[in-house]
Design a protein around this ligand. Structure first.
Ligand SMILES: [Zn+2]
Length: 244
């Protein structure tokens, strides 16, 4: 979804190789887009490889500038430092990690204010960063499965589709995917975002059970349950999730 299904490609340019993802669809012109997923080239179904590469040569400087800018932004992006007081973006608010040797196995979350949660992790105050990270991730995955399952169950009847199974992923750039047989993959890190953003991804993947493409008909399904999908999609692109 956020990174659309496409074919990875590489082109030799005078200053080095350029990797990109080629997505063909029913459109009239060749379009370029640089995101955290890298360079995406959108091309008409019948555009020749030569025509595509000509555009890449012509726009090489623009692409290089954009990629540089994107990499600088990613380098500046937060990397989680795992320590007793770590805070994580969580459902549009903040999750505060707290080490409590007596906390229930698996951890326990408590609402401590609007958009504020404390996650009590069952470990000693001397726990090291890898233990804190592992306990948090185990809790996070359970939380993700529960919440994403609930959202799938909410949206599937609204869209008139049936999903079969949910697999959680931890990919860097891909937020979800859907298989025509009803298997859904969603990124556990969606829980870093506020609920409407997460819901947009859920609706997007379920809509693929109607249309396995990004055609106007596909977007009409998404819009039916998620009228603000454009803004939400932009939000997902603009705010990178922190690196674990
Ligand atoms: Zn999609």
């Amino acid at each position: 979804m956020a990174s659309p299904p496409g074919t990875p490609q590489q082109l030799q340019l005078p200053h080095g190789p350029l990797s990109y993802t080629l997505v063909r669809s029913q459109r009239r012109s060749i379009g370029l887009e640089v995101s955290s997923a890298g360079l995406t080239v959108r091309a008409p179904l019948r555009a020749s490889q030569v025509a595509i590469e000509r555009v890449l040569h012509d726009k090489a400087r623009w692409i290089a500038d954009k990629l540089l800018h994107m990499h600088a932004r990613q380098a500046a992006q937060t990397r989680i430092v795992w320590q007793p007081q770590t805070q994580l973006p969580y459902l549009g608010g903040t999750l505060h990690l707290q080490l409590h040797p007596a906390a229930p196995r698996g951890g326990e979350v408590l609402a401590i204010g609007p958009g504020q949660w404390a996650l009590h992790l069952p470990c000693s105050a001397q726990a090291g960063s890898s233990e804190i990270r592992a306990l948090t991730w185990a809790w996070w995955l359970r939380q993700a499965r529960q919440l994403l399952t609930e959202r799938l169950q909410h949206y599937a009847p609204l869209l008139g589709v049936q999903w079969r199974s949910l697999r959680l992923s931890n990919a860097r750039t891909r937020w979800g995917s859907a298989h025509s047989d009803g298997r859904i993959m969603l990124n556990a890190k969606l829980l870093h975002y506020r609920l409407p953003v997460l819901d947009y991804v859920v609706a997007h993947e379920l809509a693929h059970l109607h249309e396995m493409n990004h055609s106007p008909r596909f977007w009409a399904w998404v819009a039916q349950v998620c009228p603000e999908h454009r803004q939400l999609r932009a939000e997902l692109r603009q705010q990178a999730a922190p690196q674990w």
